[in-house]
Design a binder for this molecule. Sequence first.
Ligand SMILES: NC(=O)c1ccc[n+]([C@@H]2O[C@H](COP(=O)([O-])OP(=O)(O)OC[C@H]3O[C@@H](n4cnc5c(N)ncnc54)[C@H](OP(=O)(O)O)[C@@H]3O)[C@@H](O)[C@H]2O)c1
Length: 392
Amino acid sequence: MTEPRGVALLGATGSIGASTLTVMGRHPDRFRVRSLAAGRKAAELDALAARWDPDYVVLAAPSDSGFAPAWEGEWKYGEEGLVAAAADPAVPIVVNALVGFVGLSSTLAALGAGKKLALANKESLVAGGELVLEALKAGGGELIPVDSEHSAILQCLGGRPTSEIHRITLTASGGPFREWPAERFDSIRPEDALAHPTWSMGHKISVDSATLANKALEVIEAHLLFGLDYDLIDVVVHPASIVHSLVEFRDGSTVSQLGHPTMEVPILYALSAPERLENTFRSFDPAETGRLEFERLRHEDFPMFDIGISAGREGGTSPAVYNAANEIAVHAFLEGRITFPGIPALVERVLGEMGTSPVESLEHLMSVDGEARARARAAVGTPAAAGGETSD
Ligand SMILES: NC(=O)c1ccc[n+]([C@@H]2O[C@H](COP(=O)([O-])OP(=O)(O)OC[C@H]3O[C@@H](n4cnc5c(N)ncnc54)[C@H](OP(=O)(O)O)[C@@H]3O)[C@@H](O)[C@H]2O)c1
């Protein structure tokens, strides 16, 4: 029997983190938690450490509230701790389930060290772009998407070269405001945006799904992951979230991957690919599902989609600026500082102010990200925060 493979789980206290632990808990003979990382939820991390017995845990910063951990193992802190966990020689698999740009250094560290990286943290790929692909090439590891759409495309491709693709179509649930008239968007409250119709997720991605920024991030992600021109990537609204995406091959055959909307399936696939492990889900019954419906995107009413695609097409620093301004805008919306339509207005303004330039280095990208955040914060009157804007 082979030893279970060690896993570093970054973002252990989040929605993807919890699902990853559920999945790993079903396969103790295959996977073992070697480290767990979280942002602010020190007590939750402490409890997870007691349950999963990692070698060490990582917290964004030492707790200043006098919190005393019950778990007696090693605590590491900050970005240094995240990077150490991502590059740990004892760990062949890294799950990056952090939210936001803060995940970039871990993505680069894991890929640079040749790990298999199960990537939920799409913001790091979108903002990091070529830097992430260079780290993947240099490290010789693997980059497996956790996003259900990209997992679907990977599975539909089945190892065929992307030169055989005619186009791919990402599905989008359409979010909670799919049927709302745009005239009502000014009245949208944070709790409306957090009530996603088909997926239960962290706050930031829930708002991104509501604005369709999430779908723009996913198109950029698909462009980078599969090396496809933007003209070959379509998006269709599919409210039931059963068809997770489609690949149309050049011979006219379209292949899709279907299933109930649960992140546990793509997480398990990212951990085990290309192998398929036993799962405990109820089978997919097409007759029970009934009709599968598809609609076009409402581009004019959800401008975050087109703004994001333009930033992706522009390339260079633009996706990072789009991402950074969006992170601040989402935070400001959740705090009641700006309206829902204020999100695209803010992002467009920051993109217009900053223009674009080629990414020179990680330091350059970090400084662009910092400047975009500063401009967005200044525009909405948010005080400078110590990072973690997008955490719940
Ligand atoms: N949820 C989904 O169904 C889903 C689906 C596809 C893709 N994704 C992607 O997966 C990522 C995670 O999403 P989520 O919904 O799981 O988010 P979430 O529930 O908000 O969880 C985010 C995690 O990141 C941690 N974190 C935040 N800032 C940190 C920092 N500075 N240092 C260390 N840890 C930090 C949080 O810790 P604390 O909670 O302790 O602060 C939490 O564990 C996002 O990129 C999202 O787009 C999510």
